[in-house]
Ligand binder design. Structure first.
Ligand code: CIZ
Ligand code: SF4
Length: 320
């Protein structure tokens, strides 16, 4: 505990000395989220993280999250230095959608509009016509579908299926999944709901369709936090990374939050509602990246930045 307090103090000093700001994702460890808040940084979803970084005057952003978030920050603010506590922290959606194969898939359907989720590499974004986050995916696909455009969707198949169901669009889909959300189980959730009949179920749409079907609210991380504030229930069962409990509990001190079950009877799972890559961010790794940035900096090719900025800006302008 003493060591943690020391790291926190050192990080606070380093942020000032290095003209840097800490930007943390909702899925990082609560102590990182608290430190980001204490030091004037932000805690947010991937899109808000990038927006915050763009508006903040600091010359260096230290992004506590996973690689695609650092890359998005670099694409939106190439003039800034983007550091990550752990460059190896990635995402199963990004890993499962390598640019060569995805590009070949798109090339095979040249008449299709390519819509990709934010959880992708800079190269995949550069190949896309649109980038979307889970908070705005429905509106954008609905608009494109309304214009009669055939759509390629990648990489998350569950989010894709949810978008199809809600908008009526039919999309050609890449078969990726998030290893964290993919583990939520509808049967076990049904049992938990019987134990807590007053609980509302909040689900991120990267979860399987039969889990999404049981939700009282479906949405992105920020939309689920908002739902936890707006819904009157005393208890909530939450199907997303448990890092989100920090913000939900902070915003609702009188409400109780329960993790949605992953696998029956506590059976082992790969992730158990906690992203292993998000967990690579720690106080020590944040400290070390600030002290010695070598090997912790995000670099994106200038040509890729220019290409990826087009579909990203399309989304930002659509959202504005
Ligand atoms: O599952 C993720 O990694 C999410 C929800 C990212 C984000 O904030 O958009
Ligand atoms: Fe990727 Fe899932 Fe981890 Fe989010 S929680 S970074 S989607 S593996």
């Amino acid at each position: 505990i003493e060591e943690k307090a020391q790291y926190k103090e050192k990080i606070k000093q380093l942020l000032i000395e290095k003209n840097a700001v800490l930007v943390a994702h909702y899925y990082t460890d609560p102590e990182i989220q608290a430190l980001a808040e204490e030091t004037g940084g932000c805690v947010a979803d991937s899109l808000e993280m990038a927006r915050f970084g763009k508006l903040h005057p600091a010359k260096t952003l230290i992004v506590a999250g996973v690689k695609f978030m650092g890359e998005t920050a670099k694409i939106l603010t190439p003039e800034k230095r983007i550091l990550m506590p752990e460059l190896e922290a990635t995402c199963s959606l990004d890993l499962g959608c390598p640019i060569e194969e995805f590009s070949a898939f798109c090339d095979a359907h040249p008449d299709h509009t390519v819509v990709v989720y934010a959880n992708t590499s800079a190269a995949v974004k550069a190949r896309a016509d649109w980038v979307v986050t889970s908070s705005i995916a429905l509106e954008i696909v609905d608009m494109l579908d309304g214009e009669g455009k055939p759509i390629i969707w990648g990489p998350d198949r569950h989010l894709g299926a949810y978008i199809e169901k809600e908008t009526g669009a039919k999309m050609l889909m890449w078969q990726g999944a998030c290893i964290v959300h993919d583990e939520f189980k509808a049967n076990a959730l049904r049992e938990l709901k019987l134990q807590y009949p007053e609980a509302a179920v909040l689900v991120h749409p990267e979860s399987p369709a039969n889990v999404v079907a049981m939700a009282d609210a479906v949405g992105s991380t920020s939309q689920l936090i908002q739902a936890s504030q707006e819904m009157p229930n005393s208890h909530f069962i939450v199907a997303t990374d448990k890092g989100i409990f920090y913000k939900m509990e902070q915003a609702n001190p009188d409400k109780t939050f329960l993790a949605a079950p992953t696998g029956g009877n506590g059976a082992t799972c790969k992730s158990c509602a906690s992203c292993p890559w998000m967990a690579m961010n720690g106080l020590k790794s944040i400290h070390d990246a600030l002290v010695s940035p070598v090997g912790k900096e995000i670099h994106v090719d200038e040509s890729l930045i220019a290409k990826a900025l087009i579909p990203l800006n399309r989304m930002l302008n659509f959202a504005a």
